[in-house]
Design a protein. Structure first.
Length: 242
């Protein structure tokens, strides 16, 4: 790779990082909020290295391989530029319904003993999907029975017309994302990736405290909501997330 191409790639990549992390919140599609300063610093460093490389470009580069650069080399350079330009001009979307539909969404216990926290004495209880999933699967004292619940997430299709309210939990970045999803009964499926708030009651499935239990909700209301700035929930490996 010629030094000129390297310099342009470094500047484009650095500019893309600064665009998603300094000028917007788009970086939240890929990493935890706490990594923002590192992305900004990386973007600045890449731009500086690219500019420095262009300024110090040896004179010899102008003499060797000129014809090749305008032939096969030019096309190869554009192929290398494509990912950097995509990051700068059209950053990829966050993981969503496509990922959720291809995962069984099994929930690990929130703690070694599986005991759920006491739920507040309110008419409607807001729970995160990981917390509801843990309670519905491992809450052997049936803490959800008879309670009105409100869950938020995005719609993901299931089999034979079923659908799931879904969230993705990340520990560090989108590469380690795991799916938590709740099957919704009694409501028509919204389009995939539509963000909704679902109010309803626990739909028992299987035996709580065993692997036969699966999170499910009988919906009484489904309301569309704006997508959150941060599409993921965050937690530790094996935890319920927050």
């Amino acid at each position: 790779m010629r030094r000129g191409t390297q310099a342009v790639l470094l500047v484009l990549t650095g500019a893309g990082l600064l665009r998603i992390s300094l000028l917007t919140d788009l970086y939240l599609r890929y990493v935890q909020p706490g990594l923002r300063p590192y992305l900004v610093a990386s973007g600045v460093l890449l731009i500086l290295l690219g500019v420095l490389g262009a300024v110090r470009r040896p004179v010899a580069d102008h003499g060797h391989g000129h014809g090749h650069e305008h032939g096969h080399g030019a096309w190869a350079a554009w192929l290398l530029y494509a990912p950097a330009l995509a990051l700068l001009l059209a950053p990829p979307a966050a993981l969503g319904a496509y990922t959720a539909a291809r995962d069984d969404g099994r929930v690990a216990p929130a703690a070694a003993d599986g005991r759920p926290r006491p739920l507040p004495a309110r008419p409607t209880i807001e729970l995160s999907l990981p917390e509801f999933g843990s309670l519905a699967t491992w809450g052997t004292s049936r803490p959800l029975a008879g309670r009105t619940l409100r869950l938020t997430g995005f719609a993901a299709p299931g089999e034979n017309g079923t659908w799931y309210l879904s969230r993705l939990v990340i520990t560090c970045c989108a590469a380690d994302a795991r799916v938590v999803k709740v099957r919704i009964h009694g409501a028509q499926p919204p389009p995939p990736d539509t963000w909704v708030a679902v109010t309803g009651t626990w739909h028992p499935t299987g035996e709580p405290g065993t692997n036969t239990a699966r999170p499910a909700l009988d919906a009484s209301a489904v309301t569309r909501i704006p997508p959150p700035d941060d599409p993921y929930q965050h937690g530790t490996k094996g935890g319920t997330g927050r």
